[in-house]
Design a protein around this ligand. Sequence first.
Ligand code: CS2
Length: 496
Amino acid sequence: MSAARLGTKAALGPLVQAPAYDPEQRGEGIVHLGFGAFHRAHQAVYTDDALAAAPADWRIVGVSLRSADIAREINAQDARYTVIERDASGSRARIIGAVSRVIAADPAATLAALCAPQIRIVTITVTEKGYGIDLASHAPDRADPAVAADLATPEAPRGVLGLLVEASRLRREAGHLPLTILSCDNLPANGVVLRDGVIGFARAARGDALAEWIAQTIAFPCSMVDRITPAPSAETASEALRLTGCEDRAAIETEPFVQWVIEDSFPTGRPQWDAGGALFVKDVAGYERMKLTMLNGSHSMLAYAGHLTGCTYVRDVMQTPALAALVRRHMAAAAALLDPLPGAPFDAYAEALAQRFANPSIAHQTFQIATDGTQKLPQRIFEPALLAIAQGRPLRPFAFAAAMWMRFCLGRQDDGTLYELRDPRAAQIKAALPEQPDAASLSAALHGLPGLIPETLGKNPDWRAAIEEILTVALEQGSLACVEQEAASANTYSHV
Ligand code: CS2
């Protein structure tokens, strides 16, 4: 007999943690844009804890902006899904009740949800590229197709900025409470970036009055989010079945660790996310820099170096001594640039990160992390590199990460195996690549991409020399030799 589908009526296995409240008795209060695995493993879990702690109306209306699949599957399960936490000690399953329904790639229904009077918060996980904001100037990126379309027809928006601005306009007209808009993506000062993008879009699409009203009325708190969540696989679904006894086509797997640091600026109220361990602070910047440069920075480095040397998963990287040493070197170099953070010693943080990366039960693909390098490297690698130059600290670890990305951009492993370059600027990268790349021509071509590598960094002779030296070894002796030589000399360089 086939197993029952997960839902309000499904019988659960004895070891599963079910919602500690009656989800159907809680109303909606949040719209979430970008209903992917990370949201299901992170903000939705915190909201589930908040709903269990206090009887308030904060269930989430999920919005899947691009695909209809997840909405169809999860709505068929009364929006219930399984979160599986995995580590070396085993797997634990929990059913989340915090989501009320999911809207599938339907802009009109999304706008209607954003305008509903009971909604007070919009949370967002759309990845770095999903906002349509130029990250250097914080202006709406008119080359982004959704931004361009929404500027032409602001009354029928489909992109993030267009939806937020039109919803703000309509709510203002209707006299509803303004929304609080909370970005949960890995961007530095994510709330500030989003605020500037939304105000810029409002000014361009609707004029100064709406832009000013948004600037005066709407809060855009910054937040730092963290939970390593691989894309769910067929194994995730079979593990969910084993643990819950139910078929679940929206299950996700993740690590036990979870962290959320949020700027406490919610004029129209918020869930008790602190019940799930969220930390509300005045200023998120220190936490954000620590996470972006130590975790995400070393992640990007190991993704490129790992993929090129045949490590499919992050855990494989941590089993490879040379790569693991480079991960630790990178974290130490990033930590050295940070202002001290009370209560968060960076060496302990680095040690915990190394343990998390090594989690043998999490299959986090290096290729997944390697996507969208042009959107990730500025805040993860280039900004810390500039800081290292300014402070006279080691530059080499950041140059190594950048060189590995450049080598990765060639789209082939040392044995000739080809892979796809997944990046919104992939076409530009390919067009810029030299036909017969050597270290100098490859580095020059990628330094020439407009607006990517900061000019002061690109003009720094130490940076350029380090990148060319690393690329020369990678291209002439192979990626593995390059990684091994880099690790062998790491002690020397760490004092440069
Ligand atoms: C990763 C992040 O894919 C990536 O670029 O670095 O998604 C990382 O796993 C999360 O930020 C962890 O919180």
